[in-house]
Ligand binder design. Structure first.
Ligand code: EPZ
Length: 422
C-alpha cells in the first residue's frame, strides 16, 4: 500500500511481545538534506531513499522547480539541467521544514533564493535565525518579506561561527558555499552522522569540503558538481525505535543494516535501564531480560542522547520499576506525547522542559485507550505504548508516522504485534 493512501489511525492490541529480525530503512534525516542539495547538480541518482511522505514532498518540490525524473523502488533519479529559480512558497515550507534548506542550494546556483517562512510545529518554534545570520555574515543580502525570505549573493566567502550546532543551518550554509569564489569556514557546526554523509556526498560529486577540526569545516569553492550515484545511510532513529519496541514488549528485536556507532548514547541508556544490548558490524539486538530501572536522560546535540529518541525512551520509563527524569534540551516543546501517556495511566510530572516519569500505580500497568499523535516520533512511540498496555489502543493522526517511518506497522506485525489499520 502506498504511503500516500494509508489510514490515519490504527488499532493496537496490547501486551504482545515482539521477537525477530527487521531491516532498517534508509535515513529520512539524511535523504532529505541530500535532496535539498540537488539544485547544485545537473543530474543525480540517490538510492535507499525511504518511501515517506516527506521524501515525496521534496521530490515534488524539485519537479516544481523544473527537475525531471522519478522516485521509485527507493531510487530518486533526477535531471536538473533546466531547473528554474522559482520561489519555494509557504505551501511547501509549511508542509515540510526541510524545504527551507533549498535557500542555500538555490542561492549557490542562481545567486538568489526566495523561500516561505517555515511554520513552527508542535515540537518547538524552530526559527531560521542562524541560517540567515550565517548567510549575512558570509556576504549575502537577506530580505524578510511578508511570510517569505529572499537571500541574494554573488558568492559567499569568509567565516561564520554558529551560536549553536544547528543541523539545518550547517546544511544550508554548506550548500550556499559549494561554489564560493574563494572559500568559507564554518565553526561550531553540527556533527550528526547526516552531516558527514552530506559532506561525503558533495565531495564525491567534486566539491572541496574538509574538516579543519571536528567542529570546523572549510569549503573551497568549485565551478560545478558532477553527476553521481549515491546510497543513503541507514536510519539510526528508526533502528532505535524498533529496538525500544522489542524491549518494551518484553521481547527481543534484532535490527540489521544499521550502524551501531551512530547510536552510542541511546544504546547506553537502554543498557542502563536493564535491557541486554548486543551489537555487530551492521546489526544491533536489544532484549528484555528483567524489570526495567528508571534512569536520567538529557537530550542534546550529537553525540549526546538524540532528541529524536526522546519520546521512544519515555515509553520504557513509563514501564520501569523506579522513577526516571527526562529533560528535553534541544526543542522547546517536545513533551505532548507525555499527556497521552498520562491518559494511559503513567504517572508523569512535567516542569518546563523536564519530566519525572513513573509507571502506573495500577498493578495492571497502563490501560489502552484512544490517543493522539503530534509529530512522527510521538506517533511511533504511542504505537509502542499501545503494545504494552492492557486492552486496545487507537492511535490517531498517523499522517505524522508516515512522514518518517516506512512500513512501520507492517514491520511490527511481522515481529508479533497485533496492529490493524482503521
Ligand atoms: C534536524 O532538524 C532534524 N530534521 C530533526 O529531526 C532533529 O530533531 C534536529 O535536526 C536535531 O537533531 C531533519 O534532519 C530533517 P536544528 P533541524 O536546526 O535541522 C534551534 C525528526 O524527528 N534553531 O538542529 O530543524 C531549533 O529551534 C526531526 O526526524 C534555532 O534556534 O534542527 C532547535 O531548538 C525533528 N535557530 C535547535 O536549534 C536556527 O536558525 C536544533 O535545531 C536553527 C535552529
Amino acid at each position: 500500500m502506498s504511503v500516500l493512501t494509508k489510514s490515519d489511525s490504527v488499532v493496537v492490541s496490547g501486551q504482545t511481545p515482539l521477537f525477530g529480525t527487521v531491516t532498517t530503512q534508509g535515513s529520512k534525516n539524511s535523504a532529505l538534506p541530500l535532496l535539498a542539495s540537488l539544485p547544485l547538480f545537473d543530474e543525480v541518482e540517490i538510492a535507499n531513499c525511504p518511501d515517506l511522505t516527506d521524501i515525496h514532498v521534496m521530490v515534488d518540490t524539485l519537479k516544481y522547480l523544473g527537475a525531471t525524473g522519478s522516485f521509485s523502488d527507493g531510487v530518486v533519479k533526477l535531471n536538473l539541467r533546466n531547473i528554474m529559480n522559482r520561489p519555494i512558497s509557504e505551501e511547501f515550507t509549511n508542509k515540510l521544514r526541510a524545504s527551507s534548506l533549498f535557500l542555500g542550494s538555490l542561492l549557490a546556483r542562481f545567486g538568489e533564493a526566495r523561500v516561505g517562512m517555515p511554520g513552527g510545529c508542535v515540537i518547538g518554534s524552530r526559527p531560521l535565525d542562524i541560517h540567515l545570520n550565517g548567510f549575512k555574515s558570509l556576504g549575502a543580502e537577506v530580505d524578510k518579506g511578508a511570510g517569505n525570505i529572499t537571500v541574494t549573493s554573488n558568492g559567499l566567502e569568509g567565516q561564520f561561527t554558529l551560536p549553536l550546532p544547528s543541523v539545518g543551518a550547517t546544511q544550508n550554509l554548506i550548500y550556499a558555499s559549494v561554489f564560493s569564489p574563494s572559500e568559507v569556514k564554518l565553526h561550531n557546526i553540527a556533527i550528526e552522522p547526516e552531516i558527514f554523509e552530506l559532506v561525503d556526498f558533495l565531495n564525491a560529486a567534486g566539491a572541496n569540503i574538509t574538516f579543519e577540526n571536528p567542529k570546523t569545516l572549510t569549503i573551497r569553492g568549485v565551478k560545478r558538481l558532477n553527476p553521481i550515484q549515491f546510497n543513503v545511510q541507514p536510519d539510526r532513529i528508526e533502528a532505535f525505535t524498533l529496538l525500544v519496541a522489542g524491549v518494551a514488549t518484553k521481547g527481543s528485536v534484532k535490527v540489521t543494516h544499521c550502524r551501531p556507532e551512530h547510536l552510542t548514547a541511546p544504546l547506553q541508556a537502554l543498557e542502563a535501564m536493564g535491557a541486554k544490548v548486543e551489537v555487530g558490524d551492521d546489526w544491533i539486538e536489544a532484549s528484555y531480560i528483567g524489570p526495567l530501572k528508571g534512569i536520567q536522560v538529557e537530550t542534546g546535540f550529537y553525540p549526546a542522547f538524540p532528541t529524536d529518541c526522546q519520546q521512544q525512551i519515555s515509553i520504557l520509563m513509563a514501564l520501569a520499576e523506579t522513577p526516571s527524569i527526562l529533560s528535553e534540551k534541544v526543542f522547546n516543546s517536545r513533551f505532548r506525547h507525555l499527556d497521552e501517556l498520562r491518559n494511559m495511566g503513567a504517572e508523569i510530572k512535567i516542569n518546563d522542559n523536564s519530566a519525572v516519569i513513573q509507571r502506573s500505580e495500577n498493578e495492571r500497568g497502563m490501560i489502552g485507550c484512544k490517543v493522539d499523535s503530534y509529530d512522527l516520533r510521538g506517533a511511533a512511540s504511542m504505537i509502542i505504548a499501545g503494545m504494552v498496555s492492557e486492552g486496545v489502543t487507537t492511535v490517531q493522526s498517523l499522517r505524522y508516522l508516515y512522514r518518517g517511518y516506512e512500513e512501520f506497522i507492517e514491520k511490527l506485525n511481522r515481529l508479533g504485534a497485533e496492529i490493524s489499520y482503521r
